[in-house]
Design a protein around this ligand. Structure first.
Ligand code: DSN
Length: 413
């Protein structure tokens, strides 16, 4: 990218930015929640829109001079509505956890009971973990995945829901690789009169790209970040039924946040415009094909994949059959220029800081244009790195191979 002013004015910071740019170019990103926003999305983020305060909503602001911002926010809202078939969209949430905080604030009182998936079974901190605001403010009860299959057992969810009678059921996960039975969750919630809340942060792009089922038309409220498979800027949105629009808007502002970040709203609009194009369907499809090819290659090589495979952009690799743990794998891969995040496996015997697995995702490599052939090749390199983890010469050689692969599949710029 061009950074004319930054280069002249702040050489110290500029050097670090260039270093990170190089790292991203030369190394392979397999963190399931990361992606490369398009140059148009990046341009929108670095605009004068960042200078403006706009508390309130289009047509109802608390500051003057917002007639252009109104136009931009409305455009983002209309595009998101179309993309997800949503009745109402709030595009102001700053990121995923603040969006989820606003959802809880809109529908619950502190102390209310909520049902969500355990973090170590693939859930998210903001779905009721005890160290998170969600677990401290609300009374979360949790469901897990089946120990043998690694799948969500809807009978078990129903059993807990009927016994506990939560006011809200949360579905949607950060490390679960299977298609989610949204209708099943909705049916259970209807039996006990609970609200349905889907957090589709990880899979929003695959839903927008028409590869996975969409909970928005049937759930009460749905949140998503905009920067993962959706490939937009850092940020989030909340979608809900029209009848909940007022309470959701009030929870975001003035409940949770002050002024929206208008540059990010504009970048969200750009990303939604991109996701509405037919090419995005191809991208989403390829992201899944790549994850499946890579997971299969690991299975062929004797690894254990939680739930036996994937229907989406990620899978969790249980490293225990190979005598490794997540932290060690993360470090070895960093040496060859691959980034992954360590991950718990269901009922992990190891602690969260050094769990038994890693989470592998394909959104970023697919944005670079890689396909199944490259996905399999990368799995091969990863396996070779694990097997030869004490051999620095071999690791150096693999680093060269990853760099060469990255040079053939450049980040769109
Ligand atoms: N940090 C994100 C992830 O990696 O899934 C979720 O917040």
């Amino acid at each position: 990218m061009l950074y004319n002013h930054l280069e002249k004015q702040d050489s110290e910071l500029f050097a670090s930015i260039l270093k990170e740019e190089k790292r991203q170019e030369n190394e392979l990103e397999l963190i399931a929640s990361e992606n490369y926003a398009s140059p148009a999305v990046m341009e929108a983020m670095a605009t004068v829109l960042a200078n403006k305060y706009s508390e309130g909503y289009p047509g109802k602001r608390y500051y003057g001079g917002n007639y252009v911002i109104d136009e931009i926010e409305t455009l983002a809202i209309e595009r998101a509505k179309k993309l997800f078939e949503a009745e109402h969209v709030n595009v102001q949430p700053l990121s995923g956890s603040p969006a989820n905080a606003a959802v809880y604030m809109a529908f619950l009182n502190p102390g209310d009971k909520v049902l969500g998936l355990k973090l170590d079974h693939g859930g998210h901190l903001s779905h009721g973990h005890s160290v998170n605001f969600s677990g401290r403010l609300y009374n979360f009860v949790q469901y897990g995945v089946d120990e043998k299959t690694g799948l969500i057992d809807m009978e078990e969810v129903r059993r807990i829901a009927l016994a506990e009678k939560p006011k809200m059921i949360v579905a949607g996960f950060s490390a679960y690789s299977r298609e989610i039975d949204w209708q099943g969750f909705k049916d259970i919630a209807d039996e006990i009169g609970a609200y349905t809340f889907a957090d589709i942060a990880h899979i929003a792009g695959l839903i927008a790209g028409k590869q996975l089922k969409n909970p928005v038309p049937i759930f009460d409220v749905v949140s998503t970040t905009t920067h993962k498979t959706l490939r937009g800027p850092r940020g989030a949105i909340i979608m809900c039924k029209e009848k909940f629009a007022k309470q959701v808007n009030s929870a975001v502002f003035p409940g949770m946040q002050g002024g929206p970040h208008n540059n990010m709203t504009a970048a969200k609009a750009v990303a939604f415009g991109e996701a509405l194009k037919p090419e995005f369907e191809e991208y989403s499809k390829q992201t899944i094909l790549n994850a499946q090819a890579m997971a299969q290659e690991f299975l062929n090589r004797g690894y254990k994949v939680v739930s036996g495979g994937t229907d989406n952009h990620l899978f969790v690799l249980d490293l225990s059959p190979k005598g490794m743990v997540g932290k060690e794998a993360e470090k070895v891969l960093e040496k060859i220029g691959i980034s992954v995040s360590r991950s718990t496996i269901p009922n992990d015997p190891n602690p969260p800081m050094n769990p038994s697995g890693i989470r592998v995702g394909t959104p970023a490599m697919t944005t670079r244009g890689m396909k199944e052939e490259e996905a399999k090749l990368v799995a091969t390199y990863m396996d070779e790195a694990f097997v030869n983890r004490e051999d620095e010469i071999k690791l150096e050689e693999l680093k060269g191979k990853i760099k060469e692969l990255c040079s053939r599949f450049k980040i769109p710029s």
